[in-house]
Design a protein around this ligand. Structure first.
Ligand SMILES: Nc1ncnc2c1ncn2[C@@H]1O[C@H](COP(=O)(O)OP(=O)(O)OP(=O)(O)O)[C@@H](O)[C@H]1O
Length: 262
């Protein structure tokens, strides 16, 4: 892909005491690209995400979004630059309906902390358009507390899209979902990413999801990038196969167990 990078990560590092959580990691991401970051538990994936999203400061190195150095910006300032984020455990307002959750995002974009009080009435049309985009129009009036977990994860994606992001950071977006739901959620994400030219950086333990939807993938091991490239090339990488993937293309014991029991 030849477009100008949307995200540039340059020599990023972070240590906790003697633990080198992330060491000299560099990569870039272009608009419309699905980039997967994989690695075993403790490899440094969440630490990387948190440095890109501003949740934790970088130890050293730099993150640029659309060419702008975002060092020192808060998560909210980075969000306002057009960076959406979803989490391993979905974060929605359970006491509100599906539509109200999306309305709250629109309201918070313009009005800061008083947004919850206004979420009930404003931005109804925009919220419904986003729900339509992700196939949840029929869920608009449902209280979130009553929804299946897979639907909550889809709502979380809708809420990230309501910020009209250029860049989406998805930390294990399909965790806790059934296998078919996982592939569908990332298929939906990939379609929207291509249509809207959103760059998506995601972590995922399910290799079926990665190989089905990533344009490119990176492998982290003990904080360092050990491989990067197209999924079909990385899956042939001898070091990656030896460390994670094996013959069954499953590098994570917990994911293998979940798959077996699903
Ligand atoms: N706040 C912290 N304090 C101390 N050590 C930390 C902290 N956060 C992460 N670490 C350590 O940094 C390393 C990388 O952790 P990180 O959570 O980034 O890995 P991960 O690849 O996201 O793992 P998982 O797949 O389990 O989420 C681990 O050794 C972890 O114990």
């Amino acid at each position: 892909m030849s477009a100008a990078p949307l995200l540039q990560v340059e020599h990023l590092s972070k240590s906790y005491g003697g633990v080198h959580a992330v060491q000299d990691v560099s990569f870039s991401l272009v608009p419309g690209e699905m980039l997967a970051m994989i690695g075993p538990n403790g490899a440094g994936k969440s630490t990387c995400f948190n440095m890109v999203g501003g949740q934790i400061p970088a130890g050293s190195g730099r993150v640029r979004i659309d060419g702008r150095d975002v060092s020192g910006l808060s998560p909210r300032q980075i969000w306002r630059l057009g960076v959406g984020r979803t989490f391993q455990v979905a974060q929605v307002f359970k006491s509100m309906t599906v539509r109200e959750n999306v309305q709250a995002v629109f309201a918070s974009r313009e009005s800061g902390w008083g947004f919850l009080a206004r979420a009930g009435s404003a931005h109804r049309t925009e919220a419904e358009a986003v729900l339509h985009l992700i196939g949840m129009a029929d869920f608009a009036d449902r209280p979130c507390a009553d929804m299946a977990y897979g639907d909550v994860k889809r709502l979380e994606l809708a809420m990230a899209l309501a910020n009209d992001p250029k860049l989406l950071l998805m930390d294990e977006p399909a965790a806790g979902m059934a296998p078919l739901e996982r592939v569908e959620l990332m298929g939906l994400t990939a379609r929207i990413a291509k249509e809207r030219q959103i760059g998506v950086l995601f972590t995922e333990h399910d290799m079926d999801v990665v190989f089905a939807h990533a344009d490119r993938m990176m492998v982290l091991n003990r904080g360092r990038l050990i491989a990067e490239g197209r999924p079909e090339d990385v899956r042939q990488d001898t070091q990656v196969r030896a460390v994670y993937l094996g013959e069954g293309l499953v590098y994570d014991q917990a994911a293998a167990a979940r798959r077996a029991s699903a």
